[in-house]
Ligand binder design. Structure first.
Ligand SMILES: *Cc1c(COP(=O)(O)O)cnc(C)c1O
Length: 396
């Protein structure tokens, strides 16, 4: 197989970053389309940056953060952390005692690894459920975590959400919601309430997911709990630093519901053009193609005969197919998707997030043509093993 281990994945990423540099140098940033939905962003003007050099800046930004954060998430108090994972760690360090349970409910497995890993650090016990009929609260439970929207953008329905919160509160156990993407996905696309308004005690969101902020985490909730978590975060260096806080503040100011809502229209129009393909699934704000879906399309499209296909699959796995296609989308069409640039271990699923900043300026007919033409290029490429390697790793 072509991509076999974390070192291969790093090499593939480095090749993609080189292609991105080349495109920026030779054709300009406007010929790159970051459709990952994770493009992050760092909005700050010179004035903001000048303030960073004094002690005054943090005082001002933190006050603004408090105001904007409460507007976005609700709650009595706000805390900005380095990443969502950092906030999850700080919360678990604060609230989960050794030998007690953290119980996690989410719409669909798998869970984000930061929850389980943090429970391990405090020597707690962990239970997870994705079916309300199985859900129960064990004796000696310290914390209930609800994931509002998973990494794959599966969204929890509001009724189940409220049910879990009610059960937790009957047992006097605090509820912490991981709403990394959900704080925007659930509220804007699914018209659900904010986690705090549904009764949660604490919530965290990722400031680079579906909003133009930097990689970071924003927490809100009951003041007494936030105070404790904040003090723990400071002890371990998990809090957000002033430069991030500026960009979180500006990202919150720049966040527009309309951009998310417009992605629904864009999705409808793209899907209607892709009607000859069956390989994609809808996501809340775009489409995605799994490794299984991609392989099925290649097998069923009739462009490569069975014997050639079985030859190809001796050397190329279904994940490799995604990685090669992601590299071609980048190199030939200027489209950045996660499998081209991801860190080791990330999912090979190719997602086109149509709420991304660059999707707004991209005409859907152009995007359709780019997808169509690079899929054809993928069919050619995989029939040539050396070329497939070159596409993935460059000329090395
Ligand atoms: C993205 C995500 C996280 C982690 O965010 P980081 O910024 O990578 O720490 C945690 N939980 C869920 C559900 C996520 O989608």
């Amino acid at each position: 197989m072509l991509v076999n281990n974390p070192i291969d994945e790093v090499k593939k990423r480095e090749n993609s970053l080189k292609i991105i540099r080349d495109i920026i140098k030779n054709q300009g940033r406007e010929n790159l389309y970051d459709l990952t939905g994770l493009s992050g962003g760092f909005i700050a003007n010179q004035n903001d940056l000048n303030l960073l050099e004094t002690y005054v800046g943090p005082a001002i930004f933190e006050e603004e953060l408090e105001e904007l954060g409460k507007k976005h998430l609700g709650g009595e108090k706000i805390l900005a952390v380095n990443r969502t994972s950092s906030g999850i760690l700080a919360t678990i360090l604060t609230l989960v005692k050794a030998d007690s349970y953290l119980i996690h409910f989410l719409p669909e497995l798998p869970s984000h690894p930061s929850i389980i890993k943090s429970v391990d650090i405090v020597k707690g016990k962990y239970l997870e459920f994705d079916n309300i009929d199985d859900f129960y609260i064990a004796n000696n439970t310290s914390l209930i975590v609800i994931t509002g929207s998973t990494m794959d953008h599966r969204v929890l329905d509001e009724e189940t959400f409220k049910k879990i919160i009610a059960i937790a509160h009957e047992h006097d156990i605090p509820v912490f919601v991981d709403d990394a993407s959900g704080a925007r996905l659930r509220t804007v696309i699914y018209n659900q309430k904010k986690a705090i308004d549904l009764g949660a005690d604490l919530v965290i969101t990722s400031t680079d997911k579906l909003m133009p902020g930097p990689r970071g985490g924003l927490m809100a909730g009951r003041a007494n709990l936030i105070d404790k978590i904040k003090s723990k975060a400071y002890q371990f260096g998990l809090e957000a630093q002033p430069p991030s806080i500026i960009a979180i503040v500006n990202g919150l100011k720049a966040f527009k519901k309309e951009n998310l809502l417009k992605s629904l229209q864009r999705k409808k129009s793209l899907i209607s053009m892709l009607n000859s393909y069956s390989f994609f699934e809808e996501t809340p704000t775009g489409i995605m193609i799994s490794k299984k879906g991609l392989q099925k399309e290649i097998n069923g499209c009739g462009k490569i005969d069975k014997q050639t296909l079985s030859q190809i699959y001796k050397f190329i796995s279904s994940s490799d197919l995604c990685f090669i296609w992601a590299a071609l989308l980048l190199k030939e069409e200027g489209i950045i998707t996660i499998p081209a640039v991801s860190m080791p271990g990330a999912s090979p699923t190719i997602r086109f997030d149509l709420s991304s900043k660059d999707a707004i300026t991209l005409d859907m007919n152009t995007l359709y043509k780019k997808i169509d033409s690079s899929f054809k290029s993928l069919l050619d490429t995989i029939q040539d093993l050396d070329k497939s390697k070159r596409v993935l790793y460059g000329n090395q």
